[in-house]
Every structure is written in C-alpha cells, then in structure tokens.
Design a protein around this ligand. Structure first.
Ligand SMILES: C[S@@+](CC[C@H](N)C(=O)[O-])C[C@H]1O[C@@H](n2cnc3c(N)ncnc32)[C@H](O)[C@@H]1O
Length: 285
C-alpha cells in the first residue's frame, strides 16, 4: 500500500531503509538498519556480554524512537542464544512507521520471524514471547516522549540497563535533545542500576547537554556512517573512552555547544555559567 507519510529507499549498499516524508529524514541513511543497529547499540552497549552476566531479574532496554523497530529486532536477534529475561520498553509518538515497515518486511529483511510479535505489539501495545533461549516482554508507550517521561506513569516503568536513543536529528526534532529532557532521563535511572545510553550524534552540543544533565560521556564507536558516535552512562566505569580535558578545551572554543533549554534550535558557544558547570563535572576533576 502506498503511504503518504513514509517511503522505502534503497541505499547505495543495496539495503533498504524507511524514510519519513514529513521530516525528510531516512531512518538509517548510510549503512542501513541492521548494520547501524549492530554497531551503534548491540556492540557498543555490549548487550550480549551484559545480558549474559545479568543475573537478577529482567535486563531492561529503553528504545526511544521505536520507528520501524530495526534497533529492537537487531538486538533481539543478537541475544537469541542467551538465556534470561529481556524487557523492552519502546517509545514513539506514532506507530505508523512500524505499520509501514511491516508491510515492507520482505525488502527490509530484518523482520524475519518477528512479524507476529510486531503485529501483537501494534494491536495490544505489548507482547510476550520466546526469543530463542530467552523470554521477552516488549511494550510500547505511544505519545510524546518528553511528556511521557514527565507523567506519573513513568514511575512504574522498570529502570533501564541500556537506552537506544534514536530520535530525528536535533535541528528537526528539537524537543528530543533538550537539557531538561536528558536531565529528567538521568533522574529516572535507577541509582543502583548500571545504565548506558548510545546515540548516533557526536555533536559537541549533545555531549555538553548530556554532561550538564548529570551523565558521564564517552566517545562512541564508528558505525560505518559516522566515524564517531556518543555513549553516556550513569557511572564512569561503564565508559571505555571517557571524554577528557582535550575535548573540554575544544568544547570551550566551539561555536555550537550551549545546550537547548527548550525546543528551539539554535547554535551558540558555551555561556559562562555552562562552561563553569562543565569544568566542575566529576568527569573532568
Ligand atoms: C530515526 S526514527 C527511529 C528509527 C527506529 N529506531 C528504527 O530502528 O527503525 C525517529 C523516531 O523518533 C520518533 N519521535 C520523534 N519525536 C518524538 C517524540 N517527541 N516523542 C516520541 N517519539 C518521537 C519518530 O516518530 C520516529 O519514529
């Protein structure tokens, strides 16, 4: 069926990706959905190693920007052999990309076998199923993520061990990249639950925002599309390559480093107050 909202685009390497017509953004624009999800989330967040070591209760993934579910399904496939309990909490303000992608599951390729689970998720907002050796509980919260995170219901969500942060780019999707949002997200982590967050951007603006929101921040691995991405954590031990004083010096010189406090895109150098707060972050002391 032809959709006015989404298109399927074939990338140079032959793989297919979903494109939002309204946002003029391709979900996984260069290496494709599976290669990007494997590099950015599965390997970088060491999902298999951490899930294998996780001995108490569910290992919880927050999937911010469910979209066409490439990130979740790639993670599920990577964890199939490992026993345990997985909980996936997805967020998106629309389920249209998932519906669209399911209609094009053959081209996209990564649904292979997960179609019934996705159909149930779409119909009921939640699904439980056996994923090889592990048991999965997957639910989706449909709505504006910043509003959902600020709602009383957020208190009942399980604290995440890993966060896939995959909104559209900051210039187009400002509300998903503000300082108040990342602060709220940090406050919502379980203090005793080790958590890492990965995202595709390496922008100084994003990294400053995460640091000032309370996260520890490191250089993220290459994805094939980007030579560097960003990983954040609630404990410095979880970062292999924490940003250091050389990065801080570059951030002070950057013309785009001041966090957005509301959903209005603008590029500004660090304010004196932000520069002082950044220098006082425990990561740089
Ligand atoms: C790049 S796409 C995500 C691709 C997806 N992770 C995948 O694996 O296919 C970005 C997603 O973020 C969602 N999004 C953007 N702003 C949002 C908001 N304020 N609240 C919730 N979801 C939002 C969009 O609807 C879109 O599906």
């Amino acid at each position: 069926m032809v959709s006015p909202d989404f298109q399927l685009v074939q990338l140079k390497n032959g793989s297919w990706s979903v494109r939002s017509v309204a946002e003029a953004e391709t979900f996984h624009p260069v290496v494709g959905p599976v290669a990007e999800a494997e590099a950015l989330y599965v390997r970088q967040l060491q999902l298999a190693e951490r899930f294998a070591r996780h001995s108490e209760g569910e290992f919880v993934i927050w999937d911010v920007g469910l979209g066409a579910a490439a990130n979740v399904l790639t993670a599920l496939r990577a964890l199939r052999e490992l026993p345990g309990q997985l909980r996936v909490v997805s967020f998106d303000h629309t389920l249209k990309p998932l519906r669209f992608a399911l209609e094009h599951a053959a081209e996209l390729g990564y649904y292979d076998g997960y179609e019934p689970a996705c159909e149930t998720l779409l119909a009921n907002g939640a699904v439980t199923f056996q994923n090889g050796a592990n048991q999965v509980r997957w639910q989706v919260h449909t709505g504006d993520f910043p509003a959902l995170l600020g709602s009383p219901a957020a208190r009942s969500w399980p604290s995440p061990n890993a966060i896939f942060f995959d909104a559209y780019s900051p210039a187009k999707n400002m509300a998903m990249w503000t300082l108040p949002l990342f602060r709220q997200l940090h406050e919502r982590l379980g203090p005793a639950v080790p958590c890492t967050l990965a995202t595709y951007s390496r922008a100084t603006l994003l990294r400053v925002t995460l640091l000032l929101a309370g996260w520890f921040v490191g250089t993220g691995s290459a994805t094939g599309e980007k030579e560097e991405t960003t990983i954040a954590a609630n404990s410095p031990d979880l970062l292999a390559q924490a940003l250091g004083l050389d990065w801080l010096a570059r951030a002070r010189r950057s013309t785009s480093a001041e966090p957005m406090v509301e959903a209005v895109y603008r590029q500004m150098p660090l304010s004196p107050a932000s520069a002082a707060a950044l220098a006082a972050h425990p990561q740089f002391r």
